[in-house]
Design a binder for this molecule. Structure first.
Ligand code: BG6
Length: 509
């Protein structure tokens, strides 16, 4: 199909297919929590609206709080706009309260599931979504397994367990958690979520790279000068200090979201889009990252914490003054790093990654700066002043792709201008085309497609790169100092200097 998507972009749709899953039940642990109400139920409802849920399905929310099915439905109803499909959707939603640590809860769960299975004719296909504190993951999985609820039968019925982040807090705990889960589940039953992988634009990195033959020949050290990945947020720690004081930015954003984006941008072409082909290539790439060595000058890594400042005209307090944050907290809210990938494609190309809270605005993007022209024929313009081409992958909020090119500006013979070719997804495909990441991921889990979920080996590789840093920061050893930056700035001076010492600047500043 061909259509005029905007005044200057024509879209030819070649192939668009979405399959629906088999009948199944979705059991959510942590159903009275924020994630369920804000993300999971709205995502399931959107799938239902778009007729992507199977006809036979049910949702069972579980939590400690006592609540009737009706009270649960009323609570969930507040999380999405009312429409004529809502009542029918809510008829599929149920609730069970109890203590996850008690065996009696699983007895009740079993009998409830038997009834729902019969009423909705779903067979025993089930997704168990663990939206609980991480210290409950093993316990819940053990109980589910002992109650025979994660058993997969020869008739093809399946049971899958979705695990939210944080998955461990360092290499050792991630390995231990994987080991415990594997006592009861096979790897094909474990769906480790990184919601960034469900974002449309993050998935598009693969389509851009591997559905266009023109990019791969230049996607390497011969043509690319450097790659920058920025995941910036203007919000502070909000009400999550209890978690964040134990986590910090490296665990919260780097170990998962930034490393996943890096792997998709830099990996080799997989042989197919099958889950393990893609995941093999991501793992190979993570394995090629050189261990990070910190020095006092901050040549490779800078960690920092926000001080008070102004964002969007509002005065905001320092991290140390946020509710429930220790007055002398050393937790980092910003990290910038220079990563080196030791393989043929990327030797000598720096990958600069940065992420922080209380930066000027929310933006996630990948900026790929190509090399400058080797020689300028447009004297007196020297090669140095001819700007390099930059390809920008805008992951959010202005989802799209851009490319800067130099062009002749009408006028005097030597009149040059940089033009930006921008494709904005929302303008081209319409706002509704940007489903929430959880929709994609929940649907994929029901379909049994693990491509966008994190496999054990790459999860552990990401931890093994970062754990030595965490140990130094948290131990009594001699680690480089924590820096500070004003809220509303693009991070500390040291992060700017990290690039400037290498003759570069951050693309967004
Ligand atoms: C989460 C982090 O994984 O991602 C949060 O725990 C962060 O600290 C959030 O705010 C950002 O996600 P998004 O989708 O808003 O970019």
């Amino acid at each position: 199909m061909t259509r005029e998507a905007s005044s200057h972009v024509t879209v030819h749709e070649h192939y668009c297919v979405e399959s629906g899953p088999e009948p199944c039940g979705v059991v959510i642990f942590g159903a009275s929590g924020d994630l369920t109400q804000r993300k999971l139920i709205p995502a399931l409802f959107r799938l239902y609206e778009r007729e992507l849920l199977p006809e036979n399905f049910y949702i069972l929310g579980c939590a400690r709080t006592a609540m009737s099915d009706d009270a649960f439905r009323r609570k969930m109803r507040t999380s999405f706009a009312t429409n004529d499909k809502m009542a029918a959707f809510l008829d599929h939603c149920f609730y069970l309260s109890g203590d996850y640590k008690e065996f009696s809860f699983y007895r009740e769960l079993r009998s409830r599931l038997a009834k729902l299975t019969e009423a909705f004719r779903t067979g025993s296909n089930r997704v168990f979504y663990l939206a609980t504190p991480p210290n409950l993951y093993t316990e819940i999985t053990n109980h589910l397994s002992e109650s025979q609820l994660t058993k997969e039968d020869d008739d093809g019925s399946w049971a899958r367990v979705v695990i939210e982040k944080p998955f461990g807090r360092d290499l050792q705990s991630a390995v231990a958690l994987n080991r415990e889960l594997h006592k009861k589940l096979t790897e094909s039953q474990i769906y480790r979520i990184d919601h960034y992988l469900g974002k449309e634009t993050v998935q598009n990195i693969l389509m851009l790279r591997f559905a266009n033959a023109i990019f791969d020949p230049i996607w390497n050290r011969q043509y690319i000068d450097n790659v920058q990945i920025t995941v910036a947020e203007s919000i502070g720690v909000e009400h999550r200090a209890g978690y964040y004081e134990q986590s910090g930015l490296l665990r919260d954003m780097f170990q998962n979201h930034l490393m996943e984006i890096l792997a998709l941008v830099a990996m080799e072409p997989p042989a197919s889009f099958a889950a393990n082909c893609v995941r093999d290539e991501k793992t190979k790439l993570l394995r090629a990252i050189r261990p990070l060595v910190e020095d006092r000058r901050g040549d490779n890594l800078v960690r920092a914490q926000y001080e008070g400042g102004r964002i969007d005209g509002e005065t905001v307090v320092a991290y140390r003054q946020e509710a429930d944050v220790a007055a002398d907290s050393m937790v980092e809210t910003f990290v910038a790093a220079n990563l080196v990938i030791d393989n043929w494609r990327w030797q000598g190309v720096p990958f600069y990654l940065r992420s922080g809270k209380r930066l000027p605005r929310k933006v996630s993007e990948v900026a790929i700066t190509f090399k400058k022209v080797p020689h300028s024929i447009f004297t007196p313009l020297m090669p140095d002043v001819l700007p390099a081409n930059v390809m920008l992958l805008n992951l959010q909020p202005d989802e799209g792709i851009g490319l800067t090119i130099q062009a002749k500006k009408p006028g005097p013979k030597l009149c040059m201008a940089s033009l930006a070719m921008d494709f904005n997804y929302r303008e081209i495909f319409g706002t509704d085309s940007m489903p929430d990441a959880y929709e994609r991921l929940l649907l994929d889990c029901m379909l049994g497609d693990q491509t966008l979920f994190v496999r054990e080996d790459s999860m552990q590789l990401a931890w093994s790169l970062l754990t030595p840093l965490l140990q130094r920061w948290e131990g009594s050893g001699n680690s480089p100092p924590l820096c500070f930056y004003a809220a509303g700035s693009w991070g500390p001076q040291e992060a700017i200097a990290l690039l400037q010492r290498q003759g570069r600047n951050w693309y967004t500043q």
